[in-house]
Design a protein around this ligand. Sequence first.
Ligand code: NAD
Ligand code: MN
Length: 361
Amino acid sequence: MKTYRIATIPGDGIGKEVVPAGQQVLEALARCTQNFEFQFENFDWGADYYRQHGVMMPADGLAALRDKDAILFGSAGDPDVPDHITLWGLRLKICQGFDQYANVRPTRILPGIDAPLKRCTPDDLNWVIVRENSEGEYSGIGGRVHQGHPIEAATDVSILTRAGVERIMRFAFKLAQSRPRKLLTVITKSNAQRHAMVMWDEVALEISKEFPDVKWDKELVDAATARMVNRPATLDTIVATNLHADILSDLAAALAGSLGIAPTGNIDPERRYPSMFEPIHGSAFDIMGKGLANPIGTFWSVVMLLEHLGEFEAAKRVMAAVEAVTADASLHTGDLGGKATTAHVTAAVCALVERTEAAVA
Ligand code: NAD
Ligand code: MN
């Protein structure tokens, strides 16, 4: 029997509600297999920790995560702590510290979900957005001088490196190649941003030659938003810079029904470090502490975590349970127009996971 060591970091807001729910699903799964078990270690990092210690996570925090097989993360963000402190002090510290340079964000319209695009069938919207996760607009380089004076100046410098662009392009082409349509769209803005984005385009062309069987095209980021709404079926795998993909993936999640459903993996493709899985949503201040958060985004992230561990059958089993639950409108949370609570949805998914029939995907 294999033992997987999983770190759980609920963080802030509804992260504290959905991460325990995700752990419950993994525990339900472990109860019905002889193949593996999970050893969980929970880390109470986040804004509460910050209020006590002045930092979002301890200085040696990465070392405590280093030997885990995967990390399940909730959200960083608190009404009383500035967002750049919570984000940089925890989530980005882990993403950058473990060089999780590929952020993978699948989007599909799950059964039973009422998505806003009325002319779109579930088959028309089946995307994976690959977000460059280590540099670009969120490189963290910049500064402020003369604070508070009229001559105050501030910069956020976007950095793209050839090595960074090559590795994310290669990852995206490979992912596109593994999907049935073998179709990649490279998002750019090289008309206005005439240095780094031009290099981005050039590297895309170079890497494309390693993947002659992948069909690919380029789209400007602004036009891409319209294409996602008007011609969703023309897209499959999408690669974009850190900021562009951040925005496009919230749009993708909304088009597929709700921000509460969308999952993501922060992946170190070379497996030097643990990868981290999380719902794409944030702390949801408006509903936190009420038991109303949709846990589906976390459960789908758990599916990605299992796939990353190589447990494909188990992943299918959880996904089948998730789809059976979304198909039942009485198990929809408020964001989907329903009345179900986090606990209802979690219990339903756990019950299905533990029933062998759910294994047939
Ligand atoms: P948000 O995702 O927290 O909320 C946006 C809206 O979507 C809210 O109305 C919320 O109720 C709803 N929503 C989100 N997830 C839901 C779920 N699972 N179930 C039901 N409804 C859900 O985004 P925001 O308001 O822009 O950000 C709030 C805080 O979260 C900020 O501090 C922000 O910095 C942080 N944040 C963190 C992460 C992260 O750690 N990965 C990501 C995004 C935002
Ligand atoms: Mn985001």
